[in-house]
Ligand binder design. Structure first.
Ligand code: CO
Ligand code: CO
Length: 320
């Protein structure tokens, strides 16, 4: 069932016929525009942190396409009657600081009154059309690299319930605020076959999108997947966001979960992420080089988590 009509154009390189991170439109033989939009309600208490996270998250889809974000516009929903406007100023200060860090220019925006605060960006980036990285295109023999630990959804749920430790809170905020810029710049030095960013569908949901209907599958080794240890702990306490169950229901038919994988670990693999890391597929012979490069440049959560195979086309095997 499709509810949003799909438009096509000879210059629309990546549109809506298949899921991908952003739209890509050719404006010159050597120049493509990358367009994306994202906004959401606060997931942390501090408005300055929230502003930074919302911007890092909105820019991420451009980095996931291998592009460079250039211009942005604010999208703001704010309950003027219920919240002091200083809160909004802090959100926008966080957002603007993060855009400055990314080298992105804020050119405008729009705000509406709403019951709940929401913030995000529409983003315009660029790339050479031949260098645009889609989420599909992984090849048998590729290794998979993930650049940030999983667990922001579960820890966010624990935060809402005032059950999360201060250390866990600080760790996820640092991770969610971190731009995927460095990872994107470093992977540009390698022949990457496919890339996406891990967000609302969780690691397994986004991994499924990368290989659905293709002639390759994936094997993911759960013990190699970087995870915030607190996420496993809180998952064991039942602090699971509803989105993790929706992701599981939606994708479990494509996933072969090995016996012996603990339930808490499985839930982390489906945990919806905010401003998650990049999931990169490149030839296994270069994967260690890229991993070392990422670690050397401070993309410290990175790990090789599995491989692309032709043994289980269109499916994902998760082994312990
Ligand atoms: Co994305
Ligand atoms: Co998005």
């Amino acid at each position: 069932m499709r509810s949003i009509p799909v438009m096509t154009d000879q210059n629309l390189l990546v549109g809506m016929e298949k899921p991908d991170d952003a739209g890509v439109y050719l404006i010159a033989p050597d120049l493509a525009l990358i367009l994306t939009l994202d906004f959401f309600t606060p997931i942390v208490d501090d408005p300055y942190d929230f502003g930074q996270i919302a911007v890092a998250n909105a820019l991420s889809d451009v980095y996931a396409m291998g592009g460079k974000p250039l211009l942005a516009m604010n999208i703001i929903c704010f309950p003027v009657k219920d919240l002091d406007v200083s809160v909004l100023h802090e959100v926008l200060r966080g957002g603007t600081d993060k855009m400055a860090e990314a080298g992105v220019l804020l050119v405008g925006g729009h705000s509406v009154e709403d019951r709940e605060i929401k913030y995000g960006l529409s983003v315009t980036g660029t790339d050479h059309p031949h260098r645009v990285l889609r989420s599909t295109g992984a090849r048998s023999g590729d290794a998979l690299i993930l650049t940030k630990p999983l667990g922001t959804g579960i820890i966010g749920t624990a935060l809402k319930g005032e059950m999360a430790s201060k250390i866990a809170e600080e760790k996820v905020i640092v991770s969610m605020k971190a731009l995927n810029r460095k990872a994107a710049e470093l992977m540009a030095g390698f022949e990457v076959h496919a890339c996406t960013d891990v967000t609302g569908f969780g690691l397994l949901g986004h991994a499924c999108e990368m290989i659905e209907g293709s002639d390759v599958g994936m094997t993911i080794t759960s013990s190699q997947v970087p995870v915030f240890p607190e996420a496993l702990e809180y998952a064991g306490m039942g602090l699971i966001p509803g989105g993790a169950y929706r992701n599981l229901d939606f994708r479990k038919g494509m996933v072969d979960m090995a016996a012996g994988i603990p339930d808490d670990c499985m839930k982390v693999l489906y945990d919806p992420q905010t401003s998650g890391g990049l999931l990169i597929a490149l030839d296994a012979t270069h994967a260690k080089d890229l991993l070392m490069t990422l670690l050397d440049h401070g993309v410290g959560g990175s790990a090789i988590i599995g491989e692309v195979t032709d043994g289980n086309p269109g499916r994902i095997a998760v082994r312990a």
